[in-house]
Design a protein around this ligand. Structure first.
Ligand code: HEM
Length: 452
């Protein structure tokens, strides 16, 4: 049966593959502008379908999601994440999702919020003495969100241990990315020491986690954190708790999925705010009026509606998870187009978020798009920073709460300016959407506010 949507045949087969691997985000975005929001191309010995149309996204991620397994790139993640929620599939994934979903209910989030708040306050006190013009917002946000996620996972406040854990994790992630981008070089990694180093990093991480799990099991009174919550979680049918190995897989998954994404979103948000001073003033007005650093509460953070819109708009323009990949199990038909079995479906979240079909002046940073009124007329799946359907991010409320808290605390207490001019910063689409160069800011404490 013919595939009756446009095919992209440009550049010749080899150069097309090369261009895609060099920058898959730009490759798909440029083609969307040229060809449309649903097209395919023959690459990597397969048919790859590029999707940035909300109806097609809905079909793949929601309506007929059972036919769309995670794409082969996720299989590489399994090397580190094992059978955690992000990389598992089918009945096993479903059982785990049911088991873990209640952990992220509001009541628990309120408990976790207190841990985040403590980390945030400590961080603000620490940077107060650091009036500087080399505040590397990317590194700072990475560090802060990693500390927050480790505090909510294990009640861990020891930043020396935290350092070791995320250095090992970052090295492991780099290796996985290398394999994903260079599948033809994988066999060499077993000879040139790369795979052995990865195994060492993983062993270090595992040892730490198993030690923490064992210590925790011995405690009669357990702290209110994700580890305790997951230890309590029981299978609805059998009443069985998770095995230690499964706990490890879920904990490492939450760590991996849960800090780099939020960290990048925050860094880009600072970038956008400093480029748009009027929006920064409006944000500051809300924060000055509604956010009292001496009485921080979950409820207070939830009232910061413009702060939320700013973050939403920032994730439209710089979606941390900039693409979502699937592979179809059996042949399917979408809008009259045949999708042969085992094709790759590349949902370009970035292109979707700039698709002029759904967004007026998509290049403009405008948080008002996310007011209740303005959101009404848009298809829900035109905006999917957290994915969609049953595999949607389990940590979306956690992430929003964390990012709103961090932004409110920092904007309330400090003034920020660009340290090196405000030229454009290029994107670097790795596992998450980073900037090519780190963004340097000057920070200065605002006179009238203090946490003490
Ligand atoms: C701004 C921050 C975040 C963004 C943009 C984000 C984005 C996403 C996206 C797009 C997916 C779906 C992937 C797919 O369908 O293939 C996902 C899944 C997931 N995320 Fe997040 N995420 C964020 C923060 C978090 C946090 C804070 C946690 C944990 C506390 C988390 C844990 C997970 C897990 C476990 C999954 C797999 C869910 C499943 O398949 O059942 N994420 N995330």
């Amino acid at each position: 049966m013919p595939i009756n949507i446009p095919e992209y045949k440009g550049l010749g087969y080899l150069n097309r593959n090369k261009a895609f691997f060099k920058n898959p985000l730009l490759f798909s975005y440029e083609r969307q502008k040229e060809i449309g929001d649903f097209f395919y191309s023959k690459m990597l010995f397969k048919n790859i379908f590029f999707i940035s149309n909300a109806d097609v996204v809905k079909h793949v991620l929601q309506t007929n999601q059972k036919n769309y397994a995670k794409s082969p790139a996720y299989r590489q993640l399994k090397l580190a994440l094992g059978n955690g929620l992000l990389s598992s599939e089918g009945a096993f994934w479903k059982k785990q999702r049911h088991l873990m979903q209640p952990t992220f209910y509001k009541k628990n989030l309120e408990e976790l919020f207190k841990k985040m708040q403590a980390v945030g306050e400590k961080y603000c006190d620490e940077i107060e003495s650091r009036e500087e013009s080399g505040f590397n917002v990317n590194k700072e946000m990475m560090r802060l969100t990693a500390d927050m996620v480790l505090a909510t996972l294990f009640s861990s406040e020891n930043s020396h241990d935290n350092d070791k854990i995320y250095t090992a994790m970052n090295a492991a992630q780099e290796y996985i990315l290398y394999r994903t981008h260079n599948p033809h070089l994988i066999p060499f990694t077993y000879i040139n020491g790369k795979h052995a180093r990865f195994k060492n990093d993983l062993a270090f991480f595992n040892q730490n986690i198993f030690d923490i799990i064992n210590e925790r099991k011995k405690l009669k009174e357990r702290p209110a954190d994700l580890l305790s919550m997951l230890l309590e979680a029981k299978d609805a049918d059998t009443g069985e708790p998770m095995s230690d190995q499964q706990l490890r897989d879920e904990l490492i998954t939450i760590f991996a999925a849960g800090h780099e994404t939020s960290s990048n979103a925050l860094s880009w948000t600072f970038y956008l705010l400093l480029k748009n001073p009027l929006i920064l003033s409006k944000l500051r007005e809300e924060i000055d009026e509604k956010f009292d650093p001496k009485n921080i509460s979950f409820a207070q953070i939830m009232q910061l509606s413009y702060t939320r819109q700013v973050l939403e708009e920032s994730m439209r323009m710089f979606p941390p998870a900039w693409a979502i990949g699937r592979e179809n199990i059996s042949a399917d038909e979408i809008n009259g187009c045949t999708i042969p079995k085992k094709s790759i479906l590349f949902v370009s979240v970035y292109s979707l978020h700039f698709n002029p079909r759904y967004w007026e002046n998509p290049e403009e940073f405008n948080p008002d798009r996310f007011s209740k009124e303005a959101s009404k007329n848009r298809p829900t799946l035109a905006y999917i920073p957290f994915g969609a359907g049953p595999r949607m991010c389990i940590g979306n409320h956690f992430a929003m709460m964390e990012m709103q808290l961090i932004l409110a605390m920092l904007i309330k207490k400090f003034d920020f300016t660009f340290a090196k001019g405000n030229g454009p910063v290029e994107m670097k689409p790795l596992v998450t959407l980073k900037s090519k160069e780190d963004i340097l800011l000057t920070i200065k404490k605002r006179a009238q506010h203090s946490f003490s």
